[in-house]
Design a binder for this molecule. Structure first.
Ligand code: PBG
Length: 332
């Protein structure tokens, strides 16, 4: 059928008609808000490169989470900034680690009205800023894979003990999902899902996060463990491996520059797919809006919608609190 019989504009005549034929929708069920916790009292410091995001002390975090739940946010992922860092990231698996402490307080505050996800990685906790332990091999310093798995497993178990509902490993070591699953099960946490950062690229879009989490590598980069941005077949291989090892949810990260990868994962896998709308994606929008060059709220909504349309079931996004307001206003 061609014009004049077919007229696409008929279904765009008014907003009710448009909403009747709308194919994709972002809801609060889809969104996960990342939050940063560090020790202290009454601490609420805005992160310079991420307007609207804060370093929060545990008491402020409780207030923030309670407010977000009230607004409609249903899920949070926590990142910790420890007081002390060392070679092996001890604070990542310390019983009284900062995220472990925060989890206990949050559970008391909100009960089971929202899901508390714990990121598992060593980079915020090591003094060298890498996601695993370092070894020297023939004069070259590298991140040592297998010894790191034990530490990640310990971190996962300790976060589960502290009450994390979902464990989210972001380190990109080989075999970590299998090892973490084993260690969780051995400690009677067979009921805790793993959301794997399975497809995580070595991306410059993490820049503002590394300021926020104080986790930039002191030397070198993450290219020996995170994926090459040029690769897409490898993404599917990584995802399938993690599903085999026991991942319950597969994440693609970053989101916007990798919408094609999200779509391929959605079409290939049967498990839920999450996408991380990362710090750089957020900061660019905030910066453009602050300059008055774009409408930040509209671009934010379009961003979330595009990630959903690409096939993500879940979106980790610093816009989640804003989105709760947008949903209330009927804008999302
Ligand atoms: C830690 C981790 C990173 C992010 C989430 N977990 C940074 C990195 O790998 O350097 C990035 C999140 C963001 O940019 O918003 N491994």
């Amino acid at each position: 059928m061609v014009f004049p019989i077919e007229r696409s504009r008929r279904l765009r005549r008014d907003s009710v008609t448009r909403s009747m034929v709308r194919e994709n929708k972002v809801t609060m069920d889809d969104l996960i808000l990342p939050l940063f916790v560090r020790s202290g009292v009454n601490l609420r410091n805005e992160i310079k490169s991420m307007p609207g995001c804060y370093h929060l002390s545990p008491d402020e975090l409780r207030r923030e989470v309670a407010e977000c739940v009230e607004l409609g946010v249903k899920s949070f992922i926590l990142f910790g900034l420890p007081d002390e860092k060392d070679e092996v990231g001890s604070e990542a698996y310390a019983e009284n680690g900062i995220v472990q402490q925060a989890l206990a307080g949050l559970r008391e505050e909100i009960g089971h009205s929202a899901s508390l996800i714990a990121d598992v990685c060593l980079c915020e906790y090591t003094d060298h800023g890498h996601c695993g332990v370092l070894v020297e091999d023939r004069g070259i310093v590298t991140v040592s894979n297998d010894p790191t798995l034990e530490l990640l497993g310990r971190s996962a178990v300790s976060l589960a003990q502290a009450g994390a509902d979902i464990i989210a490993p972001s380190d990109m070591m080989d075999g970590r999902i299998g090892r973490i699953r084993e260690m969780l099960d051995a400690n009677k946490f067979e009921d805790r899902p793993i959301m794997s950062y399975a497809v995580k690229y070595a991306s410059a879009f993490y820049g503002p996060f590394r300021d926020a989490a104080e986790s930039a590598p002191q030397k070198g980069d993450r290219a020996t463990y995170q994926m090459d941005p040029a690769n897409s077949r490898e993404a599917i291989r990584e995802a399938l491996q993690d599903v085999d090892e026991g991942a319950d949810i597969i994440m693609v990260k970053p989101a916007l520059p990798y919408l094609d990868i999200i779509r391929q994962c959605r079409d290939t896998l049967l498990c839920p797919i999450a996408a991380y709308n990362v710090s750089g994606e957020y900061s660019m929008i905030k910066a453009g809006a602050a300059k008055g060059w774009i409408d930040g709220d509209r671009v934010g909504r379009e961003t979330l919608l595009s990630i959903k349309r690409a096939g993500a079931d879940l979106i980790l996004t610093y816009f989640a609190k804003d989105a709760a307001t947008w949903v209330k206003q009927g804008l999302l």
